[in-house]
Design a protein around this ligand. Structure first.
Ligand code: FES
Length: 231
């Protein structure tokens, strides 16, 4: 593959492993309503979720009552996001819907002011990216400038979580963008404080697209100081 590797300039702060766009999933992993995944964006625990209208949303994974983590891992919520501590419930758009202790407690609370705190979520070439700060501009144009323009066509994506044996050369805290060997192919690598790296690839659709995506993913993973991998 092309050796060029570019550190994304999309960072907006100096927090280690934190305040920048991070590739977190393939779109197919949060394709259906109420699908969710959790991820640490530096020091910000986050939820990425598809709401009932089909929109991807992101929230800080922290209850607005006393800060309990609301969800873990990935999956699909049945109806609402229910806090495991005192059972406050938020809908999949982040709005506080139920305070079970009412009216004996919290009678004065204006629920409309206690929605989950939003983060920024974007989709670029079939990959989901998240930023711990709300209201961030779409990173797509800047990522495309780094990766090279892609054909206006659907893409095929693949991803892997890699346990690292050491630091990734050239990694300075914001995602690495690696153009692939063919036009429109790209890999994005991001590591966090846990010693794990997200590796996601996107290639233009075509008859051999899954094979090209798999080969690009293998090539990028092989180039990392990787110890073990998990699908
Ligand atoms: S901490 Fe979530 S309901 Fe109390």
């Amino acid at each position: 593959m092309t050796a060029q590797t570019v550190a994304s300039p999309l960072a907006t702060g100096t927090e280690p492993g934190g305040r920048h766009w991070t590739p977190v999933a393939q779109v197919s992993e949060v394709a259906a309503a109420r699908n969710y995944l959790t991820v640490d964006l530096g020091r910000t625990p986050a939820i990425v979720m598809r709401d009932d209208e089909g929109e991807l949303r992101g929230f800080v994974n922290m209850c607005r009552h006393r800060g309990m983590a609301l969800l873990e891992g990935c999956g699909t919520v049945e109806t609402t996001i229910r806090c495991p501590y005192h059972a406050w419930q938020f809908d999949v758009s982040g709005r506080l819907r139920v305070i079970p202790q009412r009216p004996s407690q919290f009678a004065e609370v204006d629920q409309s002011r206690w929605s989950l705190l939003p983060i920024s979520v974007a989709v670029w070439r079939g990959l989901v990216l998240a930023h711990p700060d709300a209201g961030q501009p779409d990173p797509g144009p800047e990522l495309s400038a780094l990766a090279g323009e892609a054909p206006e066509s659907p893409v095929v994506t693949a991803g892997r979580l890699v346990e690292l044996a050491g630091p990734v050369p050239g990694y300075t805290g914001s995602p690495l963008v690696r153009p692939g060997p063919a036009h429109g192919e790209v890999a994005v690598v991001a590591t966090g404080a846990t010693g794990m790296a997200h590796v996601l690839v996107s290639v233009p659709d075509g008859p051999d697209a899954p094979a090209r995506a798999a080969a690009l993913l293998d090539a990028v993973v092989d180039s990392l100081p990787a110890r073990t991998t998990a699908a």
